[in-house]
Design a protein around this ligand. Sequence first.
Ligand code: SF4
Length: 165
Amino acid sequence: MKNAELCYTFKKEIADSSKTEYKREDFNYNFETDEFVCPQGKPLKFRCLQRFESGIYREYRSEPKTCRNCPNREKCLAPSQNSRRIKINIFQNIVDKHHSLDGSLEYNEALRKRQIWCEGTFANQKSQHNLKQLFRRGLKAATDHCLLSACAINLKRLIKGTVAA
Ligand code: SF4
């Protein structure tokens, strides 16, 4: 496989729950200034980190005084809001990188093989080995947990194969 450093996963579509006409994709991210730019060309600056069950997010907000006089305010803000907020996962750039080949032949082939070889094992590990959620922090601890689970699965297969022979 050419892009061995990329992992191929199904894309999880995140529903945009905003009831306003302007959606998340109407706001462009500027890497150099680390801010979003709204359809009126105004910046939404980074304000804070927020922790949710689904991860840690960076929150960007527009200036209320800028939005107060915006001609497109109704398209962008709910009546109760005085500024627009956008949240993105702190790992979003890495997620985007891993989805850069979505739809390509290589991606489709990798997903097809993944369904045949891995999905059943992943499901088993999630339900039987507590891998739905990791309870220890850090890459090393996560790797230990996954390797222990893989070791247990291989031992079970070995025992089954020995008994069947
Ligand atoms: S309401 Fe604020 S964030 Fe929305 S388009 Fe107008 S200036 Fe931009």
